[in-house]
Design a protein around this ligand. Structure first.
Ligand code: MF3
Ligand code: CO
Ligand code: CO
Length: 274
C-alpha cells in the first residue's frame, strides 16, 4: 500500500511516504527550477571546444550566487562540485575537472539549485562543436523519451506508465535504458520517494496524484544497458563504453497532467541551442 501524506505536516525526511504539495509549494519549486533552467540556457554559450568542465562548475557557482541559489550537489554525500558533467560514455555523476572539452564530444550538465529550501533539478545534453550523426541521433532519442515520459504524467496513471513510455520508444529506436539510476521525488529534499524508473509496464508502481513532485531523467545508451561506477565512487560509465545521453526535468502532477518546473526560459529543446 502506498502512503500519501500532506507535505506541509509530514516529517521532512524520506520515510517512503509520498508527499503531496500545495499551490504555494508548487510556486517554490517553480522559482528554484527556473533558476536552474536559466543556468542551463546560459551554459549553451559557454560550452565549446577548449572549455573545461571546471569552468562549467565555476559558472554554476557564480550563477547561483547572483540568484541567491545554492548548488545542492556541493558536499552532497561527499560530492565536491556544484554540478555533474558527464561526457560521451559517462552515464551520470561525472565530476568536473581541468580537462578541456574536445570538438565532437557530447556532455550532460546536471544542475540542482536550492532556493528557499526548494530543489530545482534538471539536466541537458550539449554538443561540443560539430558532433557525429550517431551522437545527434542518441540525443534526439533521449530528449524524445523524456517528452514521452512526461506525457504519461497525469492523475490515475502510474509510475510504470512513465517508464513504459520511455522504454518502449528508446528500445524501438535500438537504444537501451539504464536501470541502475532513476528519477526521484524532489522538493524540500533532494532525493525523496517515489523512485521513477525509466522502464516498466503500464499500471505498475505508484498511482500518480495531483500534488506529487518528482524528476524524470532517462539515461539512454547506444549500446548495452549495463553500467559501472569508477573508483572515484561517482563516475558511472557504460560497461561497453558506448555513447550515452540524459535529459532531466522536475515536474509536478496537476489535475489534468503536469507542470514542467524546469522548462527552458529561452525555449531551448535540442542542441545546438542557438
Ligand atoms: N542531480 C542528480 C540527480 O538528478 C544527482 C546528483 S548527486 C551528486 O538526481 F552528488 F552526484 F551530485
Ligand atoms: Co535528479
Ligand atoms: Co539532476
Amino acid at each position: 500500500m502506498t502512503a500519501y501524506v500532506d507535505a506541509t505536516t509530514a516529517p521532512m525526511k524520506n520515510t517512503g511516504a509520498i508527499k503531496l504539495y500545495n499551490e504555494a509549494d508548487f510556486a517554490g519549486m517553480r522559482a528554484a527550477s527556473q533558476i536552474t533552467a536559466a543556468c542551463l540556457d546560459a551554459l549553451a554559450e559557454l560550452i565549446k571546444p577548449g572549455v573545461t568542465t571546471q569552468e562549467i562548475d565555476d559558472f554554476v557557482v557564480e550563477f547561483g550566487r547572483k540568484h541567491n541559489a545554492i548548488p545542492a550537489t556541493l558536499n552532497y554525500r561527499g560530492f565536491t562540485k556544484s554540478c555533474c558533467t558527464s561526457i560521451n560514455h559517462v552515464v551520470c555523476h561525472g565530476i568536473p575537472n581541468e580537462k578541456p572539452l574536445r570538438e565532437g564530444e557530447i556532455v550532460n550538465v546536471d544542475v540542482t539549485y536550492v532556493l528557499d529550501g526548494w530543489h530545482g533539478d534538471s539536466s541537458r545534453m550539449y554538443a561540443v562543436g560539430a558532433i557525429k550523426r550517431a551522437a545527434e541521433r542518441l540525443i534526439e532519442v533521449t530528449y524524445k523519451s523524456l517528452e514521452l515520459g512526461i506525457e504519461a504524467v497525469k492523475p490515475g496513471n502510474h509510475t510504470g506508465d512513465i517508464g513504459h513510455a520511455i522504454q518502449t520508444y528508446a528500445e524501438a529506436e535500438r537504444c537501451s535504458v539504464v536501470r541502475e539510476f532513476c528519477g526521484h521525488g524532489v522538493g524540500k529534499l533532494f532525493h525523496d520517494a517515489p523512485n521513477i524508473l525509466h522502464y516498466g509496464r503500464p499500471g505498475e508502481g505508484v498511482e500518480l496524484r495531483p500534488g506529487m513532485i518528482f524528476t524524470i531523467e532517462p539515461m539512454i545508451n547506444l549500446g548495452r544497458p549495463a553500467v559501472k561506477v569508477l573508483s572515484d565512487g561517482w563516475t558511472a560509465v557504460t560497461r561497453d563504453r558506448s555513447l550515452t545521453a540524459q535529459f532531466e526535468h522536475s515536474v509536478g502532477v496537476t489535475e489534468t497532467g503536469c507542470e514542467i518546473f524546469t522548462s527552458s526560459p529561452a525555449g531551448y529543446t535540442l542542441p545546438p541551442y542557438a
